[in-house]
Design a protein around this ligand. Sequence first.
Ligand SMILES: Cc1cc2nc3c(=O)[nH]c(=O)nc-3n(C[C@H](O)[C@H](O)[C@H](O)COP(=O)(O)O)c2cc1C
Length: 215
Amino acid sequence: MTRREANATLLAGAALAAMPGVALAQTTRALPAPRKDAGKPLMQSLQLRRSTREFSPRALPPQVLSEVLWAAYGVNRPSGDRTAPYWRHIMVVDVYAAMADGVWLYDPKAHALIPHLAGDIRAQTGQQDFVGAAPLNLVYVVHGERMTDIASEERRLYGSVDAAFAGQNVYLYCASEGLATVFRGAVDTAKLGRAMRLEDGQFVTFAQTVGYPPA
Ligand SMILES: Cc1cc2nc3c(=O)[nH]c(=O)nc-3n(C[C@H](O)[C@H](O)[C@H](O)COP(=O)(O)O)c2cc1C
């Protein structure tokens, strides 16, 4: 690294540290391997799939968090492809986990959570009361800038379809494990994108709350 690059890195670090809410102290959080033999059979899970809008505040154990994220968009083949299909074989979806201890970016290749923001922004992930108290809100974010040679409305369409496939995987996992979930479009996506400090080109599509049903 040249002195100039080192200075630039230091300056960038200082700028980041000056931004309130940016997580610097948290480190990457490894997730336990998902149990591939877990859950009810597919047909029973389909029978049980539904949206639920009441959640217990009970936290999700690491094993369950791992499996929710793997179901959403985990790597399921040596090729690196995912549990959900995606447009033109171009990966545009990032899955973020908004929890009480901050916002985390799911890294499917490492099957780990990368700290993104410190602070609890769960209440900003939607317009319904339960979002602030449920343990997990997934936020499906699209890298629009990776979808070249199509119009911006098509970016929204295909990015949303990609996110919805991940959301359906989460629905089925939740049904098979007795968890509660709802896929949500009632989100102020621009405001949430700002709260999440998304980069240019990235945009929020949908969110999805996951937790236990009330006791
Ligand atoms: C694109 C989309 C957006 C949705 N947005 C919301 C939402 O913002 N809030 C909510 O409570 N449910 C939302 N839902 C869930 C639907 O209301 C629900 O799937 C529908 O009423 C059928 O109920 P079921 O999922 O229990 O079968 C959404 C579902 C989809 C597919």
